[in-house]
Design a protein around this ligand. Structure first.
Ligand code: HEC
Ligand code: HEC
Length: 394
């Protein structure tokens, strides 16, 4: 299968450093097309994303208020659950569970929030068209935080530190319109979440070295990961959907994960998400969009529901993926090995018949599966520890 796996032995860096002994390092023979394809998965980190629909996006005071609110259990109906209950910093901003646990067990897994600021559709089904609108959902949902506009508004008005943080972020004291305060709280929360950018990884070191033509540096990347990467951008076609620096198109796909939630009940994925988006008072076409130019609404205005959206879920980004299982919208695959086996053996009957199928059973050999997993693991790195948030109003 890997016909161009010609090995180049590089010993120069070790000798040049004057080290005793010779350590052979290896680099596959990468073609210009492959180097171009790999280059598209970087550079990392990308420039900071600003959201024109959110007037506190990227502002230090908005981010500080959002960080405080993220850990605030008083936003929930029973005063016990915060965003951080499910999106835990020590678990890649997820919870390690197959299905999220709110006031009841949900049907979907808690997604990681790494690199969330670079997306344009939110939730597994894309029911949110902005990060702040997506943030409102768990606050209101009785199965999640079960809060509500009045609870949020009273907290912002009644807690001196939060009221002061609000005034710094938004330029006026919290007013009397509860729904507007709910939206503002969500906008501050969104400003904070957009700062969650995953760390540089061994893959990024390799990608930059390859693009710079620095074979010595590139050859430090393990050979198994190199072979897995070659499959990822080549025969296995993973980068049809997992593309760009975040390893996602940000759009939706069907890879044949079963969509039955329980006998007789299905999760319609994107089809249901578009339905919910169109009736949401918080979508970008509504009155809470801060973008006066209207450019942010283009995507929403042009999206149309199609039958093929049934059973589609948003393509997840793959950075930190090895540290954030279990996998898929319903947590149905426990390990990366299981994910690769799924792509190797997926049944074509389960996939959509309309359009060109982008996924087909790959029939991978054992070595190839192990190589793909080694590559996916090279997208992981230990995140730096979080600094203690500054007080809102010193
Ligand atoms: C009970 C657990 C739970 C709590 C509490 C919770 N979330 Fe989530 N979060 C989820 C689940 C499950 C999803 C996936 C929802 C879906 O796709 O239907 C999700 C999705 C998201 C997404 C979209 C991620 C993506 O990849 O598109 C964002 C953003 C988010 N949550 C932020 C928050 C914020 C902010 C809070 C607090 C206000 C919060 N969440 C509270 C479980 C939770
Ligand atoms: C047709 C587009 C498409 C292609 C091609 C594709 N994927 Fe995916 N991938 C998805 C979607 C969509 C999901 C989420 C599906 C779900 O949750 O039901 C996903 C999920 C994953 C996950 C789980 C991530 C998580 O956080 O749950 C991994 C890992 C993954 N893909 C790796 C790969 C690899 C490796 C390949 C190539 C063998 C590949 N993908 C090819 C669309 C694609």
């Amino acid at each position: 299968m890997i016909v161009r796996a010609l090995l180049v032995l590089l010993m120069a860096p070790v000798l040049a450093a004057g080290t005793i002994g010779v350590q052979a390092q290896q680099l596959l023979d990468w073609s210009p097309d492959e180097i171009r394809a790999i280059g598209q998965h970087g550079p990392w980190p990308p420039p900071t994303a600003r959201d024109p629909s959110n007037r506190v996006s990227g502002t230090p005071a908005g981010i500080a208020l959002g960080e405080r609110l993220f850990d605030e259990p008083r936003l929930s109906g029973d005063g016990r659950m915060s965003c951080a209950s499910c999106h835990q910093a020590g678990r890649e901003w997820s919870d390690g569970l197959a299905r999220a646990r709110g006031t009841v067990e949900l049907d979907r897994r808690t997604p990681s929030l790494w690199n969330i600021g670079y997306l344009h559709w939110f939730g597994w089904d894309g029911a949110g068209d902005s990060l702040w609108a997506q943030t409102i959902r768990p606050l209101l949902d009785p199965r999640e935080m079960n809060g509500g506009p009045t609870r949020v508004a009273e907290l912002l008005r009644g807690d001196a530190a939060l009221a002061c943080g609000y005034e710094r972020a938004f330029g006026s004291k919290p007013g009397t319109d509860d729904e507007r305060l709910l939206v503002d709280a969500a906008k501050a929360l969104a400003a904070f979440q957009a700062t969650l950018v995953s760390p540089r990884t061994p893959f990024d070191e390799f990608r930059d070295a390859l693009v710079d033509g620095d074979g010595d540096r590139a050859s430090r990347y393990p050979l198994a990961a190199q072979r897995g990467l070659r499959l990822f951008i080549g025969d296995a076609n993973c980068n049809l959907c997992h593309l760009g620096p975040r390893f996602t198109s940000g759009e939706f796909g069907d890879i044949g994960i079963p969509f039955f939630v329980r006998p007789g009940e299905v999760d319609p994925g994107r089809l249901g998400g578009l339905q919910r988006l169109s009736v949401s008072p918080f979508n970008l076409l509504g009155k809470y969009n801060d973008d006066a130019t209207g450019s942010s609404t283009r995507r929403v205005r042009h999206v149309k529901r199609q039958h093929s959206n049934f059973g589609e879920f948003r393509v997840p980004g793959l950075r930190q993926v090895g540290r954030a299982g279990p996998y898929m919208h319903n947590g149905s695959l426990a390990t990366l090995e299981d994910v690769v086996r799924h792509y190797s053996e997926v049944s074509p009957d389960r996939l959509h018949s309309d359009g060109t199928p982008l996924v087909r059973p790959l029939g991978l050999a054992q070595q190839q599966s192990a190589d793909l997993v080694a590559f996916l693991r090279s997208l992981d790195a230990e995140p730096p520890s979080r600094s203690v948030p500054a007080s809102l109003c010193p």
